[in-house]
Each structure stands twice: as C-alpha cells, then as structure tokens.
Design a binder for this molecule. Structure first.
Ligand SMILES: [Zn+2]
Ligand SMILES: [Zn+2]
Length: 220
C-alpha cells in the first residue's frame, strides 16, 4: 500500500488578532457560569445558548471548540471568572447566603465534609456570607417575634441534638422552632437588657436562650 504524505503546506494558524478577539469576547460578552461540580461548568452565552465546559479536560460543547479545536471564549470565561473569584474553582460549588435578601454567593467544598447536600437544597447546613456569619456580640433578630438579641455562643450542635430540660424537648421541637430545619446548628443569645427590679436583677432576663440558626437574622 502506498502511503501518502499530507500536502506540504503551512497550516492555518490563528493570527494574534483572532486570539485577542476570543480573549476580548470572553470578557466583554455577557455570559453566566454555573458550576456543576467535578470540574464541569455550564456557560450561558450572550445568545442564550448553554454550553458545557469541562475545565480539567479543556473541552467545551460549542462549535468553536468542537470544529476548530480552539480554546473557545467559554473555556476562557470560566478560567477568567475563577481567577477573578466570581466562580468557584473545581472542587468547590457556589451557594447563596441564607440570610434574608442577601444573594451573595458563598463558595463551599464540593465534597460532603461541611454537610452540604449539593443535590438537595432543602437539607444540609445553612451557608452564610462573611457579612452574615455570626460572631459573639452580634445583634440578631428573632424572625418569629422581631426581638433583637445579642449572640453569645455559636455551637456546632444541631437543633435536634440539644435538649431544653425545662421544656423536656429538643431545641428543634420547641414551639415554633419546628418550622425551621432541625439539622442546623444552635446559637446562644441573650436579650440585650437585663430586667432589674428593686430586689435585684431578674435571673431569667440574663439567661442564655438557644435558637436554631435559621430562626435568627443578622442585621447591620
Ligand atoms: Zn465553547
Ligand atoms: Zn449574606
């Protein structure tokens, strides 16, 4: 069999201008990036098409990549957004801060170490942005009563694992707490003003109360 050589000719190369153009469009075109996990990202382009980018493999489902084998604007966009901190790197996912009206994205590890069930938004630990992460001394509002409270302790224990002895039930079961997820951590709070009577401070007004984290909203 006679083998043939490919035609002796220069291969088409991308001109620097074409390369620059893809880089430029990767930045300037409105695109959104949805991290799917496992290094996969769904990119919605300006024309509302969605393409799947496999960042590790450097692949995209768009025609530019499939037919021209170029590092298309979608792959570039994912890389740019990761560098800029707009999109989580492989191994992390983005979830929304759970504080009311806060739509800040928080990057969390993709594995289950932090208890985040990525395929079930109804379960797992609530996630908060830096602004809405609780610290002792923070003021929070009880969503049930509107009371302003001062945080004294943030626990790792779940609401269904902490008992309120006086009520003979768990924090999760106590009153309207049952409206909230039972697997969220509990937070210890005090009412900001102790009640002082002529015979002294009312002990109960200094008590630490525990609430499921999601019942409390951090306010500025
Ligand atoms: Zn592409
Ligand atoms: Zn927030």
């Amino acid at each position: 069999m006679k083998t043939t050589a490919s035609p002796k000719a220069p291969l088409p190369v991308q001109t620097p201008n074409q390369l620059e153009e893809r880089s430029r469009r990767a930045r300037t075109e409105p695109m959104s990036v949805l991290p799917l996990g496992d290094g996969l990202y769904e990119v919605e382009s300006a024309s509302d098409h969605t393409y799947l980018v496999d960042l590790g493999a450097g692949r995209c489902t768009c025609p530019d990549h499939i037919f021209r084998s170029v590092r298309c604007k979608h792959i570039r966009r994912v890389a740019i957004e990761i560098t800029d901190g707009r999109t989580p790197p492989p191994g992390q996912l983005a979830v929304e801060c759970q504080n009311a009206d806060c739509h800040e994205s928080v990057f969390v590890a993709e594995d289950d170490d932090n208890g985040i069930a990525t395929n079930d938004e109804e379960s797992g630990q609530p996630v908060y942005c830096e602004t809405h992460t609780l610290w002792p001394g923070d003021t929070v509002v009880d969503r049930e009563t509107g009371d302003r409270l001062t945080v004294v302790d943030i626990s790792d224990l779940r609401a269904d694992a902490v008992r309120i002895d006086a009520a003979d039930c768990t924090v999760a079961e106590y009153g309207t707490n049952s409206e909230y997820d039972s697997d969220v951590p509990v937070v210890g709070v005090v009412y900001p003003h102790a009640t002082v009577r002529p015979n002294g401070v009312v002990p109960n007004s200094l008590r630490v109360y525990v609430f499921p984290r999601t019942r409390l909203e951090k306010r500025d």
